[in-house]
Write a protein that binds this ligand. Structure first.
Ligand code: ADP
Ligand code: MG
Length: 561
C-alpha cells in the first residue's frame, strides 16, 4: 500500500507520493498543489477546506478559520457555526481532504503517511499532530522534522557527514534549524525562530506603504476594504518577486487610487523585517556552537524565501549562495514523500531532536501601562527556551489599598492574554498600602515533562504559595474515539462539486470587497451560475465554470505564480 508524505503547514498544506521517478506532488480538486490550511463550515453543514475556506474567512468569519497550527498541543480552538473545534480536529479536516486528493489520483486508499512537524514542536504538539492524523483515518508511525524533510528533498542525506542550516520563511513563521548528519542519523542540533514573522508581515509592510502614500489609516478602513487592500498588497508582493515594478489600482475610503511600487521601495519598507530575521539565525548558529564557516550547506525553504531580498540577506550574512529549490514551498512536502519512500523500503532516515524546548511563551496577565483598561502579557519563559528553565519577575499592586494580587498564568504568543490559553491562577493577599508599594516575586519553573511550577512570594509578609500545572491539553483515547465519530459525520461536499463551491466562495468574497455597479454585476453572475447549475444538473459544468471564472477574473487582477 502507498505511503504518502504530507506537509501540514500553518498557511499551506500539501501531499506528495513516492514513485519510481521520485516524489510526486498531488494536485487538489481545483488542480492546485498548495491547499490553504483553512476550514469553513458551509450553510448546509458541509465542511469546506482550502481555497474556498480561505475566501470565506472574509465573507463568513464566524464559520471559517485558518492558522490553527499555532494552537496544536493546547486546548485552544475555534467556534464555527456554533460548534467548538480543537486544533487537532481542524488539522484532521485538512488531512482528510489531502488524503482524498491522493486517493482520487491513485485510485486506491492511502492508509499510511509521513507528516512533517516543526523541529521546535514539543511532545504535546507532536502528540496533537499524531492525533489529528488518527482523526483523519491515517496511520502515522512517526513524524519527520520539517528541516530534515527539506534536507531530504535536496538529497543532503547522501553525504556521510555534514552540517546544514535550514531557513524556513513561511506565511507567518520563521524557523531556523541547524542539522548535523552523522552515522546515518540526521540530528537537529539547535533551532530558533520567530513565531510572528513571515510572508504576511511583508504583505502588511506594503499595506502600510500604500495607505501612507494615500493618506489613509489602514486601522480605520472598513473590514472588507482592508481585506481588499491586503489582497492587492499580496498580489503586488508576488509581482515584485518577478519584476522590478508593480502597478496597483484600489478603492480606498471610497476613492479610486492608482500607483506603482518599485522593488527597491518595497525592500526599503521591509528593512525592519529583514533585521528581525538576523537574531534567530545568529542564535541558532551560536546555540549549536558551530563556526559558520564549517556549515556545509544553507537551504532556503518556504514560499516567502522566493522574495529576492530574503535570498540577498542570506547571501550577505554568510558570504555565499544558499541552495534554493524552484518551488521552496514544496520542499517540505517532497521531503516527507522521500521519507515515505524510504520507509516503504524499510530504510527511513533516523531523525532526532536533541534539545528539549518549551514550545510556548509562558507569562502572566498584567495591566497595560500604555492602555490602563487593557490587559497585556508579561512573558516569563519565552517560546523555544531550552528546558528545564526557571525565570522570575516582580509585580506590584496597581491601586491604593489593594488587598491581594492575582497571578493569572497564560500560555501563548498573543500580546493580549484573552487570545492565549489560561493555565490557572494564584491569589496572594497583601497588606493595604498605596499603589505600587506592595509586590510579589513570581517564579516559573518548566521541566522536561512539560510541568510548570509557579511560586509566588509576597515581598513584605514573606507568605509563599506554590502550584504545579501539568500539561493535560492532549486528548484521551476515549475522547479521540468520540471526536473521530463526530468528525466522520461532518461531510465534505462531493469531489466534483469542489470547483463549483470554490467559485461561489470566490464570487461571494468579490461581492463583499466591491461596491456599487461591480457588486450588482457579481451578484447577477452568481445568481446565473447557481441557476444554471440547478437546471443543467452539471451536464455542461466545465464550460459553465470556465465562463463564470473568466467573468470573475475581470473583477480581480490575476496573480503571477
Ligand atoms: P507555511 O509554511 O506557513 O504553510 P508557505 O511555505 O506555503 O507557508 O509560504 C507561504 C508564504 O509564501 C505566503 O506569505 C506567500 O505570500 C509567500 N509566497 C509564496 N509565493 C511567493 C512569491 N512568488 N513571492 C513572494 N512571496 C511568496
Ligand atoms: Mg512550511
Amino acid at each position: 500500500m502507498t505511503i504518502a508524505g504530507i506537509d501540514l503547514g500553518t498557511t499551506n498544506s500539501l501531499i506528495a507520493l513516492w514513485t519510481d521517478s521520485g516524489p510526486e506532488l498531488v494536485a487538489n480538486a481545483l488542480g492546485e498543489t498548495l491547499t490553504p490550511s483553512a476550514v469553513s463550515i458551509a450553510e448546509d453543514g458541509a465542511v469546506l477546506v482550502g481555497r474556498a475556506a480561505a475566501d470565506r474567512l472574509i465573507t463568513h468569519p464566524d464559520r471559517s478559520v485558518a492558522s490553527f497550527k499555532r494552537w496544536m498541543g493546547s486546548s485552544a480552538g475555534a467556534r464555527l457555526a456554533g460548534r467548538f473545534y480543537r486544533a487537532e480536529e481542524l488539522s484532521a479536516l485538512v488531512l482528510r481532504s489531502l488524503k482524498e486528493d491522493a486517493e482520487a489520483k491513485l485510485g486506491e486508499p492511502i492508509g499510511e503517511a509521513v507528516i512533517s512537524a516543526p523541529a521546535y514542536f514539543s511532545d504535546p504538539q507532536r502528540k496533537a499532530t499524531l492525533d489529528a492524523a488518527r482523526l483523519a483515518g491515517l496511520t502515522v508511525e512517526r513524524l519527520i522534522n520539517e528541516p530534515t524533510a527539506a534536507a531530504l528533498a535536496h538529497g543532503l542525506d547522501s553525504v556521510e557527514e555534514g552540517r546544514f542550516l535550514i531557513l524556513d520563511l513561511g506565511g507567518g513563521t520563521f524557523d531556523v534549524s541547524l542539522l548535523h548528519k552523522f552515522d546515518g542519523v540526521m540530528e537537529v542540533r539547535a533551532s530558533a525562530g520567530d513565531s510572528h514573522l513571515g510572508g504576511d508581515d511583508f504583505r502588511d509592510a506594503l499595506v502600510a506603504l500604500i495607505a501612507r502614500r494615500h493618506g489613509v489609516n489602514p486601522d480605520k478602513l472598513a473590514r472588507t476594504e482592508l481585506a481588499r487592500l491586503m489582497r492587492e498588497a499580496e498580489r503586488i508582493k508576488h509581482a515584485l518577486t518577478a519584476e522590478d515594478r508593480a502597478a496597483y489600482e484600489i478603492e480606498l475610503a471610497g476613492e479610486l487610487r492608482r500607483g506603482e511600487i518599485g522593488r527597491a521601495e518595497f525592500e526599503e519598507a521591509a528593512q525592519p523585517l529583514l533585521r528581525r530575521m538576523r537574531a534567530p539565525i545568529e542564535r541558532t548558529v551560536s546555540d549549536a556552537r558551530v563556526d559558520p564557516q564549517t556549515i556545509d550547506q544553507i537551504v532556503l525553504v518556504g514560499g516567502a524565501t522566493r522574495m529576492p531580498m530574503a535570498r540577498a540577506l542570506v547571501a550577505r550574512l554568510f558570504g555565499r549562495f544558499p541552495l534554493i529549490h524552484p518551488r521552496p514551498d514544496h520542499v517540505v512536502g517532497l521531503g516527507a514523500a522521500v521519507q515515505a519512500g524510504l520507509k516503504a523500503r524499510h530504510a527511513a532516515l533516523a531523525d532526532v531532536v536533541m534539545t528539549d524546548v518549551c514550545p510556548f511563551t509562558l507569562g502572566i496577565s498584567v495591566r497595560d501601562p500604555s492602555a490602563p483598561d487593557q490587559r497585556t502579557m508579561s512573558p516569563l519563559i519565552e517560546r523555544n527556551a531550552v528546558v528545564p528553565i526557571s525565570r522570575a519577575g516582580r509585580y506590584y499592586t496597581v491601586s491604593d489599598n489593594q488587598t491581594g494580587i492575582v497571578i493569572e498564568v497564560f500560555q501563548g504568543e498573543n500580546l493580549r492574554p484573552a487570545q492565549n490559553v489560561k493555565i490557572g491562577e494564584l491569589r496572594m493577599p497583601v497588606p493595604p498600602a498605596p499603589a505600587g508599594r506592595e509586590g510579589v516575586d513570581v517564579r516559573f519553573t518548566y521541566d522536561v515533562n512539560g510541568a510548570l511550577e509557579v511560586e509566588v512570594v509576597a515581598e513584605t509578609t514573606g507568605q509563599r504559595e506554590r502550584r504545579v500545572f501539568r500539561n493535560e491539553a492532549n486528548l484521551s483515547l476515549e475522547e479521540l474515539d468520540r471526536r473521530f465519530l463526530a468528525l466522520a459525520a461532518i461531510k465534505a461536499p462531493p469531489r466534483d462539486q469542489a470547483e463549483n463551491r470554490a467559485l461561489i466562495a470566490r464570487a461571494e468574497r468579490l461581492y463583499a470587497e466591491s461596491l456599487g455597479a461591480a457588486r450588482e454585476h457579481i451578484k447577477r453572475l452568481l445568481g446565473e451560475f447557481e441557476m444554471a447549475l440547478a437546471e443543467q444538473q452539471l451536464r455542461d459544468a466545465a464550460a459553465l465554470r470556465g465562463g463564470f471564472a473568466e467573468a470573475l477574473d475581470g473583477f480581480e487582477r490575476i496573480w503571477p505564480t
